[in-house]
Design a protein around this ligand. Structure first.
Ligand code: CP
Length: 309
């Protein structure tokens, strides 16, 4: 058993043992993640605040449900209707809500390192969870992705080939997945995308990197597609959305090059017809909605690790 976590800011350096522990707890909580009252005692009397400076469907909703299913009070702070719009800083906002008795903040912010900076300014008893900062990290997405892989492919990550495709350069999801895959012992991690959307060797250390999806997808167990942010075309990083789909879209023909039982993942939101074909997104090998469901279980496990007991 590892020491108690105070914050969850990144998976980098967390260690395989801690990641496995969180995934084991999430697995055990999974039957309760879709509803019921069996675990409502776990965080009774605690208060969790969703503080999202960027939009979200999956992360924000699943943190709300996870906290409620553990019995916590949940404050979904509405940035748009708040004094942030009058110029109040993120830290003053956090301290104001802390003074009202919030125990944990789930924070999403556009700037790299913003959640860590808030954690530095918080009271010693307050916990922060990074729900995505800039392109740095999205640790609970990394955990729910690992749980989804474990459920379908078993715990021996060393035996798996995992391919990450798309805009890796700007993706906090890819970074957290890479952090987790390395620490869980995955040896064959492949990264594929246009040269303009591939990050430097500091991010892809130990991975095979390529720009030809047909070759990179050959024989893999897991294909993780990433969302192409449409503004990348305006920035000139991809020639056109049609061309991107021709080169990097996951079609049934391309997926047929992976192992026959390969799984297809996507963190969402998806751009159908740009990075993934409808019949792959909705096909038998897609586990995209399993990822969503696992998001609730993983976030319950993380909240319990930080606040429970
Ligand atoms: N995967 C993910 O972070 O989705 P949301 O932006 O909807 O939270």
């Amino acid at each position: 058993m590892t020491d108690r976590l105070r914050h969850l800011l990144t998976l980098d350096g967390l260690g395989g043992e801690r990641i496995d522990e969180l995934l084991d707890v999430a697995d055990a909580m999974h039957p309760h993640a879709m509803g019921g009252t069996a675990l409502r005692h776990v965080l009774a009397g605690r208060t969790v605040c969703n503080l999202f400076f960027e939009n979200s469907t999956r992360t924000r909703s699943s943190f709300q449900l996870a906290a409620q299913r553990l019995g916590a009070d949940v404050l979904n702070f509405d940035i748009g209707a708040s004094s942030v719009k009058k110029g109040e800083s993120a830290l003053d906002t956090l301290r104001t809500l802390e003074a009202m008795g919030v125990d944990a903040f789930v924070v999403r912010h556009a700037e790299n390192g913003a959640v860590a900076a808030l954690a530095n300014g918080a009271k010693p008893a307050t916990s922060l969870i990074n729900a995505g900062d800039g392109r740095s990290a999205h640790p609970t997405q990394g955990l729910l992705d690992m749980l989804t892989i474990r459920q379908r492919k078993g715990c021996d990550f060393g035996a798996l080939s995992v391919l990450i495709v798309g805009d890796v350069l700007h993706s906090r999801v890819a970074r957290s997945d890479l952090h987790a895959l390395r620490q869980l012992g995955c040896r064959d991690v492949r990264v594929c995308g246009p040269a303009s959307l591939l990050p430097g060797a500091n991010v892809t250390a130990g991975c095979s990197v390529g720009q030809t999806l047909d070759a990179m997808v050959e024989g893999v167990d897991v294909v993780m597609m990433l969302r192409l942010q449409r503004e990348r075309m305006e920035e000139g990083l991809v020639p056109s959305l049609d061309q991107y789909f021709r080169d990097f879209g996951l079609t049934p023909a391309r997926l047929a090059r992976a192992k026959p039982d390969a799984i297809v993942m996507h963190p969402g939101p998806m751009n159908r017809g740009i990075e993934i074909a409808d019949d792959v997104a909705d096909g038998a090998q897609s586990v995209i909605l399993d990822q969503v469901a696992n998001g609730v279980a993983v976030r319950m496990a993380v909240l319990k690790a930080l606040l429970g007991g």
